[in-house]
Design a protein around this ligand. Structure first.
Ligand code: FES
Ligand SMILES: [Fe+2]
Length: 285
C-alpha cells in the first residue's frame, strides 16, 4: 500500500467536484482498484487498457482513447490511511495532470467523494473552463461507476440471502414448469428468478437454452448484453461466455450456468426449469 503521497506544487487546482455515491466505501475502493472495467463500463471514454501492475497500492496501465491514436500511461496510487488516492497522467493527453480523490464512508449505502482536478494550465486557457471539462467527464464516469457498484451490491445481497423457493419454503433446488414448448416459445426471451438467482430462457438454433444472467466474475449483469453467435459478453469487464455450455470463450477459469438446466417431459411436452441453489451460488462468486 502506498503511503504519504505528495502533490505536485506546480499544478493549479482547476475544479473540485463533490458527490455522495449511493454505495458503501467498500464498493467504492473495490471500483477504484478495478482497472479492468475502464474500456468496458466506460467505453465512451476509454477504448483499451493494458495493465502493467496492480495491487492494493493501486495500478499502472496504458490506456487508449476512442476515436484516434491517442494513448496515455496512467497510474493510480492509494493512500488508505488518509482515505484518498491520486490518478496521474504520466504522458499523452493531459500529461502531468493529477486527480486527487478523497473517499469517506457515510454509512453502509453512502460514501462521500471529493475530487480535485490539478493541471498545468496552458497560457491563454481559463482554469475554470478547463475545470468544467474535467467535472463533466468525471460526472459521467461516476454515474457509470455508481450504477455498477449498486448493481453489484444488489447481487451480493441476493447471494447472502437464504435461498427461498417460489412457494416460500427454504430450498436447495427448485423446479418450475414453463408450459409446453409452444407456450414457452411465445414468451421468449423469458426471465425467471428462482432461489435468488436470475436466469433467462432463449431459443438458439431451435434449442431452448437457459443461462444465468449473473456473470461469474464479479456478478455483472449479463441481461444487459445481447447474445451474439451463442456468446454473451459481460458489460463490466468484457469476459465472454458460451450460453449453451456455460464455458468461458476467452480461456478464463470461470463458468456460467452451474446448477441451471431445462428438461422437456416427453409425455406432456412441458418444459421444466431446474435450479440448484448451492451449486449456482458457489459458481457466482
Ligand atoms: S463482472 Fe467482470 S466480466 Fe462480468
Ligand atoms: Fe470507473
Amino acid at each position: 500500500m502506498t503511503e504519504n503521497l505528495t502533490r505536485d506544487s506546480d499544478l493549479t487546482t482547476v475544479a473540485t467536484y463533490r458527490r455522495t455515491i449511493g454505495a458503501s466505501a467498500e464498493r467504492v475502493w473495490e471500483n477504484v482498484l478495478d482497472w479492468e472495467h475502464l474500456p468496458w463500463l466506460h467505453s465512451g471514454s476509454f477504448s483499451d487498457i493494458v495493465c502493467n501492475g496492480a495491487g492494493e497500492w493501486g495500478w499502472r496501465a496504458q490506456v487508449r482513447y476512442p476515436g484516434g491514436d491517442h494513448q496515455s500511461n496512467i497510474e493510480l496510487l492509494t493512500e488508505r490511511s488518509a482515505d484518498r488516492y491520486v490518478t496521474r497522467v504520466l504522458d499523452g493527453p493531459g500529461a502531468g495532470g493529477e486527480v486527487w480523490t478523497s473517499v469517506k464512508g457515510v454509512d453502509a449505502r453512502k460514501t462521500d467523494v471529493v475530487v480535485e482536478f490539478c493541471a498545468r494550465v496552458p497560457e491563454g486557457v481559463e482554469p475554470d473552463s478547463m475545470g468544467a471539462g474535467y467535472v463533466a467527464l468525471y460526472q459521467g464516469l461516476w454515474d457509470e461507476d455508481e450504477r455498477m457498484m449498486q448493481q453489484r451490491q444488489l447481487a451480493l445481497d441476493k447471494l447472502a440471502a437464504k435461498p427461498v423457493s417460489t412457494t416460500g419454503a427454504k430450498a436447495s433446488t427448485e423446479l418450475i414448469e414453463l408450459g409446453t414448448r409452444a407456450d414457452l416459445r411465445a414468451k421468449l426471451p423469458l426471465r425467471v428468478e428462482a432461489l435468488g438467482q436470475q436466469v433467462q430462457v432463449v431459443e438458439l438454433d431451435g434449442d431452448f437454452i437457459v443461462h444465468s444472467l449473473v456473470c461469474p466474475h464479479s456478478l455483472g449483469p449479463l441481461g444487459d448484453a445481447p447474445i451474439v453467435d451463442g456468446e454473451v459478453t459481460c458489460p463490466w469487464h468484457g469476459y465472454r461466455f458460451d450460453v449453451r455450455t456455460g464455458r468461458s470463450c476467452d480461456g478464463r477459469r470461470l463458468r456460467l450456468n452451474a446448477g441451471v438446466r431445462l428438461e422437456v417431459d416427453p409425455q406432456t411436452d412441458v418444459v421444466r426449469l431446474h435450479v440448484a441453489a448451492e451449486t449456482a451460488t458457489k459458481a457466482s462468486r
